[in-house]
Design a protein around this ligand. Structure first.
Ligand code: NAP
Length: 331
């Protein structure tokens, strides 16, 4: 069993990574910005909780002391921010480099697993995607969250090549849904809240490449444990259209909220959505303009064969997510 430090244990994904590692018998330390405010769901798991901030490069060095593995999940995940450079790109890129510098300063660290994203693979998801593909379109002015993940992952690969102490393995999850150990609703689960709270005027022509948070956590552990793991791993279970999601919600008779009815997933609907997108906040506008009418397929052969991953069906994830959103009082 290994000693591992997980950055961002207070997050939706980070807390599930901590849970999965502890259940598998590993010794886990995790960083949060302020341990006195660590969520109860994380504290109850019983990891060693220490303080570190992506804006303070020195803070990670003591956190990684004695660890063989570092799993770096901490990064801001928001679409709409005031200042994309300050609020997204700096913490993602400088934070990742701070984490890698701290890893190299601790000779015990032999592997770093980085939580990147499908956002580092594409921002225009049309066609079939695999690990060789990179997002080359995003910038600080266009889908800055996507740019932050792409730039952070590229910096990480550059850093990893410059040293030989640890190897880097990267997980690229798509839209992560599932039950949460922490009270806040993160950006991906809030999609479901928005659908039931009437935030969508109609059914949009959007596809979601869905993956369960518990599977994402397991993928990080397998990437850590497997001696032969290398490179990037796309991490997706199924691609669902917003229409399929809405139909599923109606069929499940959840008795919660009001999913949209009007079909905007047609040429006129796409025209209306595109026009209306221009009046949205920049993050939502860019997302709509780059994703509307695009239909991705995700080739997950690498993660299935090399790490032995099998994914929960999206329907199972949705049942558990809606029950959990209700439990937390978000619906
Ligand atoms: P989340 O719940 O918002 O968690 C983000 C985590 O990052 C929190 O622990 C947060 O700490 C930490 N963080 C943010 N800024 C920080 C800073 N300046 N210093 C230290 N910690 C900071 O989001 P999530 O969905 O779990 O995302 C976790 C990771 O997965 C991110 O790297 C994200 O890009 C990636 N990802 C997410 C999805 C998805 O659909 N959810 C998909 C692909 C990739 P605080 O609690 O202190 O704010």
């Amino acid at each position: 069993m290994a000693r591992v430090c997980v950055t961002g244990g207070s997050g939706f994904i980070g807390s599930q990574v901590v849970r999965d590692l502890l259940q598998a018998g590993h010794e886990v330390r995790t960083t949060v910005r302020d341990p006195s405010r660590a969520p109860e769901g994380l504290v109850d798991l019983g990891p060693d909780i220490v303080s570190a901030d992506l804006g303070d490069p020195e803070s990670f060095r003591p956190a990684f002391s004695g660890c063989e593995y570092v799993i770096h999940t901490a990064s801001p995940y928001v679409l709409n921010v005031e200042d994309p450079q300050r609020d997204l790109i700096d913490p993602a890129v400088n934070g990742t480099l701070a984490v890698l510098n701290a890893a190299v300063a601790n000779p015990s660290v032999k592997r770093v697993v980085l939580t990147s994203s499908f956002a580092a693979v594409t921002e225009e998801p049309e066609g079939t995607f695999d690990e060789r593909m990179w997002n080359e379109r995003s910038s600080v002015d266009r889908n800055p969250y996507y740019f932050s993940k792409t730039a952070a992952e590229r910096s990480a690969w550059g850093f990893a090549r410059s040293q030989s102490q640890f190897n880097l393995v990267v997980i690229n999850p798509s839209v992560v849904l599932g039950p949460s150990l922490v009270p806040s609703v993160n950006t991906s689960n809030s999609l479901l809240v928005g659908l039931l709270r009437g935030q969508y005027p109609g059914i949009l022509d959007l596809d979601y490449a869905i993956v369960d948070v518990r599977d994402v956590a397991k993928a990080h552990r397998l990437a850590m444990e497997s001696p032969t793991a290398s490179g990037r791993y796309l991490c997706t279970a199924e691609v669902w259209s917003q229409r399929r999601l809405v139909d599923w919600i109606r069929g499940a008779n959840l008795g919660l909220g009001k999913p949209p009815r009007m079909g905007l997933d047609n040429p006129l609907g796409r025209f209306i959505t595109r026009s209306a997108a221009r009046f949205q906040t920049p993050g939502s506008r860019d997302y709509l303009l780059t994703h509307l009418g695009r239909h991705p397929r995700v080739n997950t052969e690498k993660i299935r064969t090399e790490l032995g991953m099998a994914f929960r069906p999206a329907g199972e994830t949705l049942i558990d997510t809606f029950a959990d959103l209700q439990r937390w009082g978000h619906l």
